[in-house]
Design a binder for this molecule. Structure first.
Ligand code: VGL
Ligand code: ZN
Length: 226
């Protein structure tokens, strides 16, 4: 794994007001999928192990799923003459267009087989409005339509959230920023996420922006069950 030269928490004791958020660990984001993230499958055993630690404390464990209808406007294929990864600036869309991915009910939209989904206390789906994308697991890309996750976590008394999954420079990044603005103490578990990094440097840019906005970083061996 790349090192990003960030400050890491040494040791964290998991408590009942913590939630583990596992973002979009779906077939299409792993090698062999439609929008594969390099090494996206390699983080899964570590996510299962961390979920085991959280489960011991009976904390909330949330899985999310990118869940697009056919012909979603984030797909290059619906825009004449456009290719995947072309820049695109549309209301609630962009900054780039994507290959068709995570289509509702398709194999690509299913969780990766290696992911133990029995841990989940909530599974939340996003990106199902045809004309608007949703990178963040809290807010759609219009920046106002809530997925309901912030309300759920608040109603359960959650104070800290720990983000893992895919992709570091898109869904994990936008989710971390929104988690901060909803008032959660927010951590990204750096060894349990991987980025798309297209264009190159995008991951580093996302890390620096998260740092600046008060997101914290940790690696999975730092977690204790107390
Ligand atoms: C994602 C691009 C498009 C993600 C979802 O989960 O990071 N990225 N849709
Ligand atoms: Zn998507």
């Amino acid at each position: 794994m790349e090192e990003f030269n960030v400050k890491l928490e040494n040791s964290l004791i998991i408590s009942g007001s913590d939630a583990l958020l596992i973002v979009d660990v779906q077939n299409d984001f792993t090698p062999g999928g439609a929008l594969p993230v390099n090494e996206g499958d390699q983080i899964i055993p570590g996510i299962n192990q961390l979920a085991t630690k959280f489960k011991k404390r009976e904390t909330l464990i949330v899985l999310t799923q990118d869940w697009h209808p056919d012909g979603h406007h984030s797909f290059a294929s619906v825009h004449d003459g456009k290719n995947p990864f072309d820049p695109f600036d549309g209301e609630g869309l962009g900054p780039v267009l994507w290959p068709d991915h995570c289509i509702q009910g398709s194999l690509g939209a299913e969780f990766h087989d290696d992911l133990d989904t029995t841990f989940a206390t909530l599974i939340i789906r996003k990106g199902f409005h045809r004309e608007i994308d949703s990178y963040s697991i809290f807010l759609e890309n219009d920046k106002k339509t809530e997925t309901g996750l912030a309300g759920y976590l608040k109603s359960k008394g959650i104070k800290r959230v720990f983000l893992t999954g895919l992709a570091l420079d898109f869904c994990v990044y936008y989710s971390a920023i929104d988690a901060r603005s909803f008032g959660f103490e927010t951590y990204v578990v750096l060894d349990l996420t991987r980025g798309i990094d297209n264009p190159e440097g995008n991951v580093l840019k996302a890390i620096r922006d998260m740092e600046q906005k008060g997101v914290r970083f940790v690696k999975s061996p730092a977690f204790q069950t107390g």
